[in-house]
Design a protein around this ligand. Structure first.
Ligand code: ZN
Ligand code: ZN
Length: 333
């Protein structure tokens, strides 16, 4: 089968990914073999390729927004049948026994493993995943539209929860790519006034088209004070700008797995008046289930740009250069 692998992490220009021919993997106990139909391209894949995140396994295949069809099941697996269309997302396993898992915060499990980081992911013709971490998929979406829901959508949803947006509140969104364009729709459906801050003109237009109240430059003042804000762009210098736009008591959540260093903050200017700054770390399976149900009910619009699987490196280069509106999806074809 075809499988991309992260060879030498580094800038996209020389090409840290290479396309290999590998044997189709075998599902072990509790695992499924899934034929990939398509796989979303997430900024985390770019962080892995470029070396912003440490490599956990040499020549790992990236990709954690996999929509595919179950073609074989290992021993002890009854959750899905052959031919079922399923989704493989970022969270690939936890110990299920630590204090975080027992408290319902499996996203904080120190033993957690991730698709496309610890385990081979979906930039390939086939992927093996633990059945307990595989998701049934909602109806009403094409395969390519489903892919970005599996990380961009789920993480955006968790970020929205972490931002503690009050009903009918005012939300600022920094960066408007795959994740943000889905989270914005969930917020707007809940009655929020959404203000988008982006350096990409096409992304600003998409935001307004989806019902955002305003779109402006990344460092512009907000048209009104914000109850909540979410930073999706991996840029630490946005933190002060976002905190400055928060109303008293407001909350800023940082959605990404990686952020460049945050320039020094002033307690009095940036945090006093009970403004809160918090991170978002992966997601639980419960978040995924809740979001996928919501996506179906709200009939979220998913903006996708298609690439053939063979052009995964091009898709990541385009993502690095802000050339993608919405979310990029690789089609197995
Ligand atoms: Zn655990
Ligand atoms: Zn992701």
């Amino acid at each position: 089968m075809r499988a991309w692998a992260v060879d030498q992490p580094g800038p996209m220009a020389p090409g840290p990914l290479k396309l290999l021919a590998r044997p189709v993997p075998e599902p072990g106990p509790g695992e499924l073999l899934i034929r990939g139909l398509c796989c979303g391209v997430c900024r985390t894949d770019l962080h892995l390729a470029e070396g912003d995140l440490p490599q956990r396994r040499p020549l790992v295949t990236p990709g954690h927004e996999v929509v595919g069809e179950v073609v074989a099941a290992g021993p002890g697996t009854t959750r899905f049948g052959i031919g079922d269309r399923v989704g493989v997302a970022w969270l690939a396993g936890t110990d299920g026994s630590c204090r975080y898992c027992r408290a319902g915060s499996e996203n904080l499990c120190p033993a957690s493993v991730y698709t496309g980081w610890d385990r081979d992911g979906g930039y390939a013709d086939y992927v093996v995943a633990a059945a307990a971490y595989v998701h049934p998929l909602p109806g009403g979406f094409s395969d390519a539209e489903l892919a970005p829901l599996l990380c961009a959508g789920i993480i955006g949803y968790r970020a929205l929860l972490r931002a503690e947006l009050p009903p009918g509140g005012r939300l600022g969104i920094y960066g408007f790519g795959g994740s943000a364009h889905l989270a914005a729709q969930v917020a707007i459906a809940g009655g929020a006034a959404v203000h988008v801050f982006t350096r990409a003109a096409a992304a600003g237009e998409l935001a307004l088209d989806l019902g955002a109240v305003s779109a402006q430059g990344s460092f512009d003042p907000a048209p009104e004070p914000l109850d909540s804000a979410i930073i999706f762009a991996p840029a630490g210098e946005l933190v002060r700008a976002a905190l400055a736009n928060l109303d008293r008591g407001g909350t800023l959540a940082i959605a990404g797995i990686h952020l460049t260093d945050i320039p020094a903050l002033s307690y009095e200017r940036d945090l006093f008046q009970e403004r809160t700054l918090r991170s978002v770390t992966a997601n639980t399976r419960g978040d995924a289930e809740a979001f996928l149900r919501l996506a179906e009910r709200l009939r979220l619009r998913v903006e996708v740009t298609h690439y053939p699987l063979d052009r995964a490196d091009q898709a990541l280069s385009d993502l690095a250069a802000d050339r993608i509106t919405g979310a990029a999806v690789l089609l197995a074809g």
